[in-house]
Design a protein around this ligand. Structure first.
Ligand code: DX5
Ligand code: ZN
Length: 231
């Protein structure tokens, strides 16, 4: 195992929280051991749903010191990178499918001072991301079709995670390997065993039960998978 591989972290997605009481959701997730917050930005164009923009990111920024991981499910990610950085995003993750110029987008995000992540939808092969991986702080594998929380995990993501894990380890990369969509106590062990380090969890954190208890169970299931990892 590469000794530069980051620790495994849980990143609750605030899309599944009560927007009428985000402050409480943030506090509960922090107390429950969240390692970051994941913010799903949707523009109704790249994906068939609209969520929120930089104003909400800025509001969350004022409530927490945890890293803010901004998942840009939008067209023209390079154009909007500066406003999401200014709003407080620590890492800005763009979709490869949203741009014809991924290197230019990486540069545009890097120029803002944010960490750079790139994401692939379930139907996009990892091979498209592979040539860029060395320039990234985060590789994000989608395990649902982007647009909505609460969907079922697509197991096709697992071999992609394993391929990405191998590549990042071979390069000695310290990038996070993120899995996003349908992460629950059932699916987290497999994703963890395949080498994910950053677990986005929306409904499994905020819908039903107690946030602290939900995160504790998710953490346990991530550790179960980590113990099973082959490398
Ligand atoms: C889907 C988003 C995900 C989603 C996660 O488009 O990118 O981050 O909100 O929610 P769950 O964990 O409920 O699938
Ligand atoms: Zn997301």
């Amino acid at each position: 195992m590469s000794n530069r591989r980051p620790e495994r972290r849980l990143a609750p997605s605030l899309l599944s929280a009560d927007f009428g009481d985000l402050g409480s959701a943030i506090r509960a997730a922090e107390a429950g051991g969240a390692g970051a917050f994941h913010l799903d930005v949707m523009d109704g164009h790249f994906v068939p749903n609209i969520s929120f923009g930089p104003a909400l990111v800025e509001g969350v920024r004022r409530r927490t010191r945890l890293p803010l991981d901004v998942h840009l499910m939008i067209s023209e990610p390079a154009r909007y990178a500066p406003v999401f950085r200014k709003a407080g995003g620590d890492t800005l993750v763009f979709h490869l499918e949203a741009t014809e110029d991924p290197r230019g987008t990486i540069e545009a995000i890097r120029a803002t001072g944010a960490g750079v992540g790139a994401a692939v939808r379930p139907e996009t092969p990892y091979a498209r991301l592979e040539p860029l991986a060395g320039e990234l702080d985060q590789v994000l594998i989608m395990s649902v079709h982007p647009g909505f929380s609460g969907q079922r995990f697509l197991p096709e993501a697992l071999p992609k995670l394993a391929t990405a894990r191998r590549q990042l380890d071979e390069m000695g990369s310290a990038a996070d390997l993120s899995i996003d969509g349908g992460i629950t106590t059932e699916t987290a062990p497999d994703a963890s065993a395949a080498g994910a380090t950053f677990f986005v969890c929306g409904n499994s954190t905020f819908v039903g039960g107690d946030v602290g208890a939900n995160l504790r169970r998710l953490r346990e299931s991530v550790e179960v998978g980590a113990a099973r990892a082959v490398h």
